[in-house]
Design a protein around this ligand. Structure first.
Ligand SMILES: [Zn+2]
Ligand SMILES: [Zn+2]
Length: 149
């Protein structure tokens, strides 16, 4: 499975009992359908919106990205409220988070009673701390710098 942004192979990162696919280059994260709700649950948060349900369509000048599973163009959708987080979604397979988008969304999730908020921080730190391969093996620039919001 390749990163929809960099087209480089994603690496499997297991965090909080969930297997995620992470891109070491742009630090994006792929969630298979259902994994986002599972993550929220595992870190003691509740996801207020069903990730697979109807979501506000986002209008964006960004090029459509392709689903890493089926290679069809993903749709741009909004999740969350303040701020709204724009994500790429394949209705059949899951969600793509650019670096930083997951943190923004998780920060908005309601904390379940008796949960441990530090689990979220631990999750974030570890996931985004994935070691990147040496930069010299990459032909052109840093893909993260091309992101414009
Ligand atoms: Zn990438
Ligand atoms: Zn797909």
């Amino acid at each position: 499975m390749n990163c929809p942004v960099c087209r480089e192979p994603l690496i499997v990162a297991e965090r909080e009992g969930i297997e995620l696919d992470a891109c070491p280059w742009c630090r994006g994260l792929w969630f298979d359908a259902g994994e986002l709700a599972l993550l929220a649950e595992n870190v003691g948060r509740t996801l207020s919106i069903a990730e697979g349900g109807p979501l506000a369509a986002a209008v964006s000048s960004e090029k459509p990205r392709k689903c890493p599973r089926c290679d069809k163009a993903m749709e741009k959708v909004f999740l969350g409220q303040a701020p709204r987080v724009m994500l790429d979604r394949c209705p059949s397979h899951g969600l793509w988070f650019d670096h930083g988008e997951l943190g923004s969304l998780v920060g908005q999730m309601a904390v379940a009673p008796g949960s441990h908020p530090e689990a979220v921080l631990r999750f974030m730190g570890e996931t985004f701390g994935v070691a990147a391969p040496p930069p010299e093996s990459k032909a052109t620039g840093n893909p993260a710098e091309e992101v414009e919001r």
